[in-house]
Write a protein of this length. Structure first.
Length: 75
């Protein structure tokens, strides 16, 4: 039984690290898409403004959900 608990603890630990890193990455992409005009990257991204805002919003919402789930530890 002890080995199973150790395995579950390590799974939860790595899952939490994974969730935090993925949420940070996704939130960063969303922030980059929203702030492309301010970071002078709108010419580099070369994406339609409406699509960039919609996709940035989706990234921020999904990244927030992943961050919430990582904090809540819902697994």
């Amino acid at each position: 039984m002890e080995e199973r608990e150790k395995s579950e603890r390590s799974y939860r630990f790595f899952r939490r690290i994974y969730d935090f890193s993925m949420s940070t990455l996704i939130l960063g992409i969303g922030g980059l898409l929203f702030g492309a005009k301010y970071f002078k990257m709108d010419m580099v991204l070369n994406i339609d403004n409406d699509f960039r805002l919609i996709f940035g919003t989706l990234c921020l919402v999904y990244g927030g959900f992943r961050l919430f789930r990582a904090i809540k530890q819902d697994y």
